[in-house]
Design a protein around this ligand. Sequence first.
Ligand SMILES: [Zn+2]
Length: 213
Amino acid sequence: MHDKLTIERLGQNALDVRELQREALLTDEWLALQQAFRWPRITRMLLYRHRIVLELRNQLPQQNIRVSWTRCHFGGTRPWLHCPFCQRRVARLFRGFGGYFCRACCGNPIYESQRRSKKARAYLEAYRLRQRLGGSKPVRDPIRPRPRGMKQKTYDRICARIVSKPTSGPSSTATTKIRGPSNKPSPPNRYGLPSSASARKHRRPYAANFRIT
Ligand SMILES: [Zn+2]
């Protein structure tokens, strides 16, 4: 397997706004996270509804990341990060040289799928289609019945697309690894915070709240 930089590899250390939102870290008051969480290169992180400030290991200037919010289609709002270099609005910022930047500013690493062989890509696509029907990992398995709530038309379309894909998996020499949906719960305290359910209640002992005047 070649050691090319892919989005997936970079993504492991990415700053994902959805994750920050899920952990209730973007609130009306400034939160400070020190060390001990899942971004080893960040020594300190200040978060607020409209701004994130990163202090990076062995690096003097802080990174100042703008956070903006848009209305969702079905109500509510969702946050976005703005690349500190080009201000592009993105969901994730990746760890590049000198800080966190958008995909383009990190040199546009390719997606894992882009480097797969054609056959492996087709296999992966078939696998993903089957996932939409509720699972069944091996592409050789019979197609699952229509899941509750899925329109017959959608189901027929997905089935037709599955049938058009190859039924054999990638050869053993292929570098593709197909992983099923992970049911493993994410380890607690990755952020030095309790799980989001109890985060609000118990935040103070874990992350010092403070205000900037
Ligand atoms: Zn950028």
